[in-house]
Ligand binder design. Sequence first.
Ligand code: ADP
Ligand code: MG
Length: 139
Amino acid sequence: MPERVVETTGAEETEALGAAAAADLRPGDVVLLEGDLGAGKTTFVRGAARALGVTGPVTSPTFTLVSRYAAAGADVVHLDLYRLAGLEGEEPGLIADELDGGSIAFVEWPGAGLDELPAPALTVRFEHLGGDRRRVTLS
Ligand code: ADP
Ligand code: MG
């Protein structure tokens, strides 16, 4: 897929972008989300999860590392590896255990677990542009 750059002007637009991207995802796919705190990664995942059939609240798994949501098509797995950065491989296999061919996985702060992650179907990078504007690069 060629790189695509979109500017959003509010959280709803970033959610909609996530929802649109979800249409191309299949069970087993892994999506990596890169960017600073508050850049919109979880917001994007929320929109994607909704589109994939997740009905309950979708919040950041920053403290739990992982959330798993059942949905009609495939389970949605949401990993946030922010806290893992300081753990230095203390949990070998933790990430791999959460990924399986039947789920669609979204990974925030993937840098901390890159060794264990499969090649992504999609990588999304988020940048602050001031106020509520964000640049979202899908590749
Ligand atoms: P991250 O997961 O990258 O830390 P979040 O998605 O949790 O970021 O938070 C993004 C915050 O920024 C939310 O409070 C959201 O409402 C706000 N926001 C404002 N404008 C945007 C935008 N264009 N896209 C995404 N989030 C936005
Ligand atoms: Mg987040």
